[in-house]
Design a protein around this ligand. Structure first.
Ligand code: GDP
Length: 175
């Protein structure tokens, strides 16, 4: 059937980052507004979708999780194929997960996926008292990679909806 407005596909966004930083939890919060304290480590759903309205247009965002394949280079290159956006996740209470972002970026570069916009997320902001990665350090890294940067909590939901909206707005502009 003929439709006046073209049917545009979903914006495909992938999550990358060390195991335990909260990728699955982030996906669950953004898409279902839920949190599960006892997340099954192999929860690893392929993807979840969410509809976000931008400028009166309903946009579909499809968030892909690594499904437990977080060791560098164990992720198949196909995971990075045809992505519209990349979300790099670290845990603000776990410095190694932040330092490892550089390895994740290397993986992305090796896959040839250089043009997709990147967003760096510092998760677990509800654990501010245990913070060991400063906002300044993360901002510096984000500037270096020309990535957006935001701190969130998948647990209490802080800054998550705003992030979803900003991300989709950016993807719409680039389409
Ligand atoms: P993944 O391996 O990166 O997918 O991480 P998960 O989503 O499985 O989360 C790892 C652990 O961190 C789980 O025990 C989660 O309940 C917990 N977690 C995830 N996000 C948050 C958060 O924002 N705050 C707190 N306090 N815990 C979180």
């Amino acid at each position: 059937t003929f439709t006046e407005t073209p049917q545009l596909g979903p914006h495909k966004v992938i999550l990358v980052g060390d195991s335990g930083v909260g990728k699955s939890s982030f996906m669950l919060r953004l898409c279902d507004d839920a949190f599960n304290e006892k997340m099954n480590p192999s929860f690893g759903l392929d993807f979840k979708t969410k509809v976000i309205s931008v400028n009166g247009q309903e946009e579909n965002i499809q968030i892909w999780d690594t499904a437990g394949q977080e060791r560098f280079r164990s992720i198949t290159q196909s995971y990075f194929r045809k992505v519209d956006g990349i979300i790099l996740v670290y845990d603000i209470t776990h410095e190694e997960s932040f330092l490892n972002l550089q390895n994740w970026v290397t993986c992305i570069q090796e896959s040839g996926q250089l043009s997709a916009p990147m967003t760096i997320i510092g998760n677990k902001l509800d654990l501010e008292h245990l913070r060991c990665v400063s906002r300044e350090m993360a901002t510096e890294l984000a500037n270096f990679y020309e990535a957006d940067f935001v701190e969130v909590s998948a647990k209490d939901g802080r800054n998550i909806n705003q992030l979803g909206y900003d991300l989709v707005s950016k993807l719409v502009e680039r389409r």
